[in-house]
Design a protein around this ligand. Structure first.
Ligand code: G3P
Length: 220
């Protein structure tokens, strides 16, 4: 399963990329807005740092605007995947951009039917938002199960990119289902690499090592 980081924060991107954990990045207008500053320079920096797909989202809502923006976003790097919303114009833009060799991530997917249609339009990725479904009392992970059942039956090459992940258990569940990608807020990835028994074990190893050093000093 590929791991993407769901952020525009350069510090976090560098930190986890240096650990070899990142296969890509997803951004959206809200994530860029959270960081502040010049979005163009942020998007350029991210595409330069990451050796993998970087999703950059259009803000136009009509077909012509999405196409223009998509082509412009792609100029940031050959690893740019253009993110379009799951709307009629978004799907039309998905088909056109895909035919031009520009990969597309269809975002704001909340049903298996939407995922199916995005795949039909040629999307490289579909982004179902599981946390936001959980928020309204629906089961986000069962949507991932449904899409993971449907896609292989029809040989779609579209990858399931699980988005709106809120905690590490979401990641384990998505991995057990066989999702292609999870995109994680930095805080979730940070939680995944920690365990209290790791900290206790390391503390004990170091304390025992110090004891051994002191014993050796005492014998000299
Ligand atoms: O890529 C964006 C998606 O992950 C949204 O997450 O937490 O705003 O629902 P959230």
């Amino acid at each position: 399963m590929k791991i993407f980081l769901d952020t525009a924060n350069l510090e976090s991107i560098k930190k986890f990329n240096d650990m070899g954990l990142l296969d890509g990045i997803t951004t959206n207008p809200s994530l860029l807005s959270k960081e502040g500053g010049d979005p163009a320079s942020m998007m350029k920096s991210i595409t330069d740092i990451i050796n993998g797909d970087v999703s950059l989202e259009v803000v136009s809502t009509n077909y012509d605007g999405m196409i223009q923006e998509g082509r412009d976003l792609r100029k940031y790097g050959s690893n740019v995947v253009v993110k379009v919303p799951m709307t009629p114009d978004g799907l039309k833009a998905c088909k056109t951009l895909t035919s031009e060799g520009i990969p597309v991530n269809v975002t704001l997917i909340f049903s298996a039917n939407q995922a199916l249609l995005a795949a039909k339009s040629g999307a490289k990725y579909v982004s179902p938002f599981i946390g936001r479904l959980d928020d309204i009392g629906q089961n986000g992970m069962s949507l991932i199960e449904d899409i993971a059942k449907i896609f292989p039956m029809y040989d779609f090459e579209t990858e399931i990119l699980v988005a709106s992940i809120r905690h590490p258990i979401h990641v384990v569940e998505a991995a057990k289902i066989g999702a292609d990608v999870v995109t994680l807020p930095p805080a979730v990835l940070d939680k995944m690499l920690r365990h209290p028994l790791t900290d206790i074990g390391l503390k004990n190893f170091l304390a025992d090592w110090e004891k051994l050093k002191e014993q050796n000093l005492g014998t000299k």
